[in-house]
Design a protein around this ligand. Structure first.
Ligand SMILES: Cc1cc2nc3c(=O)[nH]c(=O)nc-3n(C[C@H](O)[C@H](O)[C@H](O)COP(=O)(O)OP(=O)(O)OC[C@H]3O[C@@H](n4cnc5c(N)ncnc54)[C@H](O)[C@@H]3O)c2cc1C
Length: 235
């Protein structure tokens, strides 16, 4: 674990409900794709957020859900905004979690994101691109509304330019003009794979989603030791 202070470089909306935060750490921060950091609001109050960027970049990127009803995120965001406005740094603990990308394997990969769980999945997907990955990758991103798919064009572009990368957005409460998949995102995975036995599966999203996905995937042949999610420690 690395403890350091960071400048809050920028806070900008990805959607009305999700903010992109860029932090510039005072010292280089070593972490693995898919790890999270804790934002220290006080010495006792620390909130985990997945790092959306990949190691080696000058900044650390976070995607923070920002609805007023979600105190977990809105208090963290308020802290970041206050520190930025008063030119004060924030304190983080980085390089946390065990659900990081495993690079030493050759299994095909399922990446499963629910809502802002996409931050974790995005870091892993970018790292696979950088490494010239040759493994088939199936990225599922489930959201309630279509407008929450804030990086849709980029992911569609990846999918159209790489034969081994598939992107499957899944909208729960779809508008009439939505042409893609609908329903719960883990159910789309269950529909698409007769067996999940061969796959490494990385999961992030709301805890209830991670729980039902884990149980359903196990029933569909997935191996527990090939499923990775830091939420497993909480549920
Ligand atoms: C280690 C760690 C890292 C975290 N990192 C972040 C972060 O980077 N950013 C952040 O904002 N928060 C983070 N959190 C907090 C928490 O995980 C998020 O608040 C949560 O993922 C937010 O989900 P959402 O509201 O965007 O998804 P929602 O909008 O609630 O759901 C998105 C999709 O998930 C599926 N889903 C939701 N509920 C269910 C269900 N009950 N059953 C089946 N499927 C369901 C559906 O497909 C739905 O469309 C983190 C927490 C931990 C422990």
């Amino acid at each position: 674990m690395i403890v350091t202070t960071c400048t809050v470089d920028s806070i900008s909306p990805l959607t009305p409900h999700v903010q992109r935060v860029r932090l510039v750490p005072e010292q280089p921060v070593h972490f693995l794709p898919g790890q999270y950091l804790q934002l220290c609001l006080t010495d006792e109050d620390k909130r985990p957020f997945s790092v959306a960027s990949v190691p080696g970049q000058a900044h650390l990127e976070l995607h923070i859900g920002a609805s007023a009803s979600d105190e977990y995120s809105s208090q963290a965001l308020n802290h970041l905004q206050q520190q930025q406005q008063s030119d004060q740094p924030v304190r983080i603990e980085a390089g946390l979690g065990h659900a990081h990308l495993r690079t030493e394997r050759d299994h095909p990969i399922v990446l499963l994101a629910g809502g802002t769980g996409f931050s974790y999945i995005y870091s892993i997907a970018q790292a696979l691109q950088q490494q010239g990955n040759n493994r088939p990758v199936f990225l599922y991103w489930g959201v309630r509304q279509q407008a929450s798919l804030y990086l849709l064009p980029e992911l569609q572009q990846w999918a159209s330019s790489q034969s081994k990368f598939r992107f499957i957005p899944v909208v729960q409460e779809a508008d009439d003009d939505w042409q893609g998949r609908t329903g719960l995102v883990h159910e789309a995975v269950l529909e698409d794979f007769v067996s999940l036995e061969a796959y490494d599966i990385y999961i992030a999203g709301p805890f209830p989603m991670v729980g039902v996905a884990r149980d359903a995937f196990l029933k569909q042949g997935a191996h527990r030791e090939q499923m990775f999610a830091d939420a497993f420690a909480y549920i």
